[in-house]
Design a protein around this ligand. Structure first.
Ligand SMILES: C[S@@+](CC[C@H](N)C(=O)[O-])C[C@H]1O[C@@H](n2cnc3c(N)ncnc32)[C@H](O)[C@@H]1O
Length: 238
């Protein structure tokens, strides 16, 4: 992370490139927003199955998901889509995310346009999206609330008191964005996880695994998405 990146003002927009005219890529971080092998399938595999949500949701009356890196909103939309398929009627979902470089609504819409099943949700998100500093809070429907804290998660996470049932750690590859994978922020993630709560991430980087263990999680390696050998999941037991 260069000083230049650290000094960017919260709420400053992301600047995007597009790979093959359709996959959003961040020149600032040198990484894509989601897997070239399939963003929706990656969310299902890494974050939703990685947190065992399809098995947990039927028994939950409410669920809070935390996320580092809101990006295009793909993880959020896939989560709402699956939640509506699986969760008991009337159960409440609160999705809490952090984003330092918010996308413009048109970029978000373009990044999400390849999945027709998400079109209605993507349109709703684009209409609600306000890429300005501070906090975005939207009732998506009677049962789904979205909160996005706009700014650096390192500063904002310790300031907000909530506990997640499951975390999506999605801040680009640790080598590209070490700021979002420090021992300090991973320890703060643990402090913002309910007993019995979980995390999932596509990375299997050794330092990240050790820091998550040191924070208090029991960590498991699972097969990664699209040929990646491993990814990490973990649980806070108490
Ligand atoms: C891989 S992308 C997230 C993809 C996203 N979850 C999605 O569904 O499209 C990583 C995101 O982390 C954001 N980010 C990077 N550093 C951050 C920081 N210090 N605080 C908050 N967000 C950050 C980036 O701007 C980017 O949007």
């Amino acid at each position: 992370m260069t000083d230049d990146k650290r000094q960017s003002a919260p709420g400053e927009s992301a600047s995007l490139d597009w790979i093959d005219a359709s996959i959003p890529y961040s020149p600032r971080f040198g990484d894509t927003y989601y897997s070239k092998a399939g963003g929706l399938a990656e969310t299902d595999h890494v974050f939703i199955a990685g947190n065992s949500l399809p098995a947990r949701w039927p028994a939950m009356r409410e669920c809070t998901i935390g996320e580092l890196g809101f990006g295009t909103g793909l993880n959020f939309l896939v989560t709402v889509y699956r939640w509506r398929e699986i969760a008991p009627p009337g159960a409440k979902l609160h999705f809490v995310s952090f984003e330092l470089y918010p996308l413009a609504p048109a970029e978000m819409t373009k990044a999400l346009s390849r999945w027709p099943e998400l079109n209605t949700l993507a349109q709703q998100l684009a209409e609600a999206w306000r890429p300005e500093p501070e906090t975005l809070n939207v009732a998506f429907d009677a049962n789904v609330e979205l909160t996005v804290f706009l700014g650096d998660a390192n500063a904002l996470l310790p300031r907000h008191e909530f506990e997640a049932d499951a975390w999506y750690l999605d801040g680009f590859a640790p080598s590209r964005n070490p700021q979002l994978w420090s021992a300090r922020i991973l320890s703060s993630i643990f402090a913002h996880t309910k007993p019995g709560g979980t995390f999932a991430t596509y990375t299997a980087a050794g330092q990240v695994r050790r820091d998550l263990q040191a924070a208090g999680f029991s960590v498991e390696r699972r097969p990664g998405f699209a040929g990646k050998r491993e990814m990490l999941t973990g649980r806070r037991s108490a």
